[in-house]
Design a protein around this ligand. Structure first.
Ligand SMILES: CC(C)(COP(=O)(O)OP(=O)(O)OC[C@H]1O[C@@H](n2cnc3c(N)ncnc32)[C@H](O)[C@@H]1OP(=O)(O)O)[C@@H](O)C(=O)NCCC(=O)NCCS
Length: 180
């Protein structure tokens, strides 16, 4: 069964934090550029501005975050940071999160998508290649770029319908016990 992908909000910070804390040091290095300790991960999550950025996630049956993309936006460029828990890799979740991020970024007026990753990240190198992104590598780091077309009216309508659903589900998630 395909997993649903929804936007997170400020009430999901604890849920999001638990996701990142499940990543081992190597995954934290690949995700953040360094094996961040717990306090720095908490600071990162506390610092997310949900009014400006979008955070899209896939969940398990307990509503624990199993995969997440943080979409930041600066000057028409959407910057993506991604992580998928090891048990759920190679199911296409990262690819789907990026596709959702592309729709969201286009709906918010972005013209470009940017993913920064370490050059030794074979998974990201293969993933960005598969998505047809333009990749530039230098001094152990890589930048992948994708030009984004202007959304059609129908795409915009579908996106904002999804945003309404995300708000409803986000409100509902607040009442769930934070076990996972
Ligand atoms: C990179 C990462 C997000 C990929 O997540 P994922 O959900 O497993 O990726 P997908 O299943 O969507 O993979 C899509 C495609 O990417 C490529 N790919 C993904 N993982 C790969 C791997 N380990 N080796 C080679 N290719 C890989 C494949 O082409 C794959 O398509 P296929 O399965 O049909 O062959 C995940 O490995 C991860 O969280 N790594 C640690 C954190 C990180 O590196 N973040 C990125 C920095 S921003």
């Amino acid at each position: 069964m395909p997993r649903l992908i929804h936007a997170l909000g400020p009430s999901d910070r604890a849920r999001l934090c638990r996701h990142f804390l499940k990543l081992n040091d190597e995954d934290r290095r690949l995700r953040f550029g360094g094996a961040l300790p717990e306090e720095m991960i908490r600071d990162y999550v506390d610092g997310i501005n949900f009014d400006r950025d979008r955070v899209l996630a896939a969940f398990d049956s307990q509503f624990a975050v199993i995969a997440v993309v943080h979409v930041g936006q600066v000057d028409g460029t959407a910057e993506l940071g991604l992580s998928v828990l090891p048990a759920y890799r190679r199911e296409g979740l990262a690819q789907r999160l990026i596709q959702h991020a592309v729709k969201s970024a286009r709906a918010h007026g972005c013209q470009r998508l940017w993913i920064h990753f370490m050059s030794d990240n074979a998974a990201m190198a293969a993933l960005t290649r598969k998505l047809g992104m333009r990749v530039e590598s230098k001094q152990g780091e890589a930048d992948a770029w994708l030009d984004l077309p202007i959304p059609t009216a129908v795409e915009l309508g579908v996106h904002f319908y999804q945003v309404q659903w995300d708000a409803v589900l986000g409100a509902w998630r607040q009442w769930l016990p934070q076990v996972a």
